[in-house]
Design a protein around this ligand. Structure first.
Ligand SMILES: Cc1cc2nc3c(=O)[nH]c(=O)nc-3n(C[C@H](O)[C@H](O)[C@H](O)COP(=O)(O)OP(=O)(O)OC[C@H]3O[C@@H](n4cnc5c(N)ncnc54)[C@H](O)[C@@H]3O)c2cc1C
Length: 387
């Protein structure tokens, strides 16, 4: 089968890996000139970990993993409130957990497929038409691809979705938060922190900092913002960060200053995608384009991999019946994703409380969660993978 995957993110690359393993011809259309390295540290567990085992990439993931020693929670002044060893959190997940930078996972997946998949970097689809037998994708450089299946793996603001689901209303649900992440290359920053993941919270905003390889420091900002904005330029994003975090103590002023020079600056809204139907003709979707649960669920990359694996298994199960395969894919996953999205919405105000009382409760529950004996009451929801 000839498959055109639009989007070379974690979902697109995982799908390309699975489909090329089973002998399909895969082309990835990616609008960026190369794979994208931006992003922050992700927790990787649950279904994503299971897929990584099936794809036999656990050793590669172990190499990009960061053995963070502890999570340290700070008062606004910068003094420490409490700290929990990361090892106890990993114990809650039976040690089936990694921490790595989002971009590093993309690099691992890219290395796996680069020799056996055709990459078309720097282009985007302009039109998708079907003639009964095939789907024809017209690209922004004037060329065309003819294929049996088109997969929109192009993220939350999917172009494939806007080209093929024209009558549907925009399926993006804004959750009321913005996030920024960037890397500081000045090694002097390392003197301000040890090998821990530091989080300093105030009602409606929090900033985290942690060391990464190469004597660098990574940052992660999250804040509540009442209205959804369109595309935000870096200058404007910096202004918003200053408005929201400029009054904070600790090392926040230095972090904001360093943001001006940061190259891989990531800034985006926190939203979910609730696409009612995941397929139309010879087009389907995978990852954030159809099932984004938002970073507040801490499983975006894991779910992207789970979705890609499930789709590949359904296509294997029904090799001569595309409609049956796509129906099977959607039936296997969609309801579980809806449940995860609901729980992510419930979890949002726990993750970023809007009052000091909320912060107190969050801190208390976080501390209790790693007490001996509590493990059996802690449940990390995930999705079921096909057998
Ligand atoms: C730069 C970046 C940084 C991120 N950082 C984080 C993070 O730190 N933490 C976190 O939890 N999540 C982050 N995310 C989101 C996270 O990667 C996803 O939640 C998850 O991995 C799902 O992946 P995905 O492949 O479905 O979507 P995405 O990761 O969004 O990947 C979509 C891909 O499609 C490409 N694309 C978009 N539009 C087009 C188009 N018109 N034509 C061709 N290609 C297109 C994009 O360039 C991108 O490579 C980030 C996403 C990006 C793109």
């Amino acid at each position: 089968m000839n498959v055109c995957i639009v989007g070379g993110g974690i979902a697109g690359l995982t799908l390309a890996y699975c489909l090329s393993e089973s002998g399909n011809n895969v082309t990835i259309v990616e609008k960026s000139p190369s794979i994208r390295t931006e992003g922050y540290m992700i927790d990787f567990f649950g279904a994503g970990y299971d897929v990584a085992e099936k794809l036999e990439i656990i050793e590669e993931l172990r190499r990009i993993h960061y053995p963070i020693e502890s999570l340290a929670f700070l008062k606004p002044s910068g003094s420490e409130k409490y700290r929990i060893p990361y090892q106890s959190l990993r114990e809650l997940l039976n040690q089936r957990h990694f921490n790595f930078m989002r971009g590093d996972l993309e690099k691992v997946l890219y290395e796996k497929v680069r020799e056996r998949v055709m990459f078309r970097f720097g282009v985007s689809p302009e039109q998708i038409q079907e003639d009964g037998e095939k789907a024809n994708v017209s690209l922004s450089d004037g060329t065309k691809l003819t294929c049996d299946l088109v997969v929109g793996a192009d993220g939350m603001r999917s172009k494939v979705r806007s080209l093929t689901c024209k009558d549907e209303k925009e399926p993006i649900r804004y959750m009321g938060y913005y996030t920024a992440a960037y890397i500081i290359e000045d090694p002097a920053f390392l003197e301000k922190i040890d090998k821990s993941f530091y989080t300093c919270s105030e009602p409606n905003r929090q900033v985290s900092v942690y060391p990464i390889r190469g004597n660098k420091v990574a940052t992660f900002f999250l804040y509540r913002y009442p209205k959804q904005q369109g595309h935000v330029q870096k200058e404007e994003a910096l202004e918003q960060l200053n408005e929201n975090f400029g009054h904070m103590n600790w090392i926040v002023q230095d972090l904001l200053e360093a943001a001006k020079e940061a190259k891989d600056f990531y800034f985006d809204e926190v939203s979910q995608v609730e696409l009612p139907k995941w397929r139309t003709g010879k087009v389907t979707f995978v990852g954030n384009s159809c099932q984004c649960i938002s970073l507040l669920a801490g499983q975006g990359a894991s779910m992207a991999m789970a979705g890609a694996y499930t789709l590949a298994k359904s296509l294997e199960e029904y090799p001569n019946d595309l409609e049956a395969a796509l129906t099977d894919y959607e039936r296997s996953l969609h309801q579980d994703i809806v449940k995860l999205q609901k729980s992510a919405r419930r979890f949002a105000s726990f993750f970023l409380p809007s009052s000091w009382w909320g912060i107190f409760v969050r801190d208390a529950l976080t501390r209790v969660s790693v007490w001996p004996g509590v493990k059996k009451f802690v449940n990390f929801s995930t999705v079921r993978l096909p057998k």
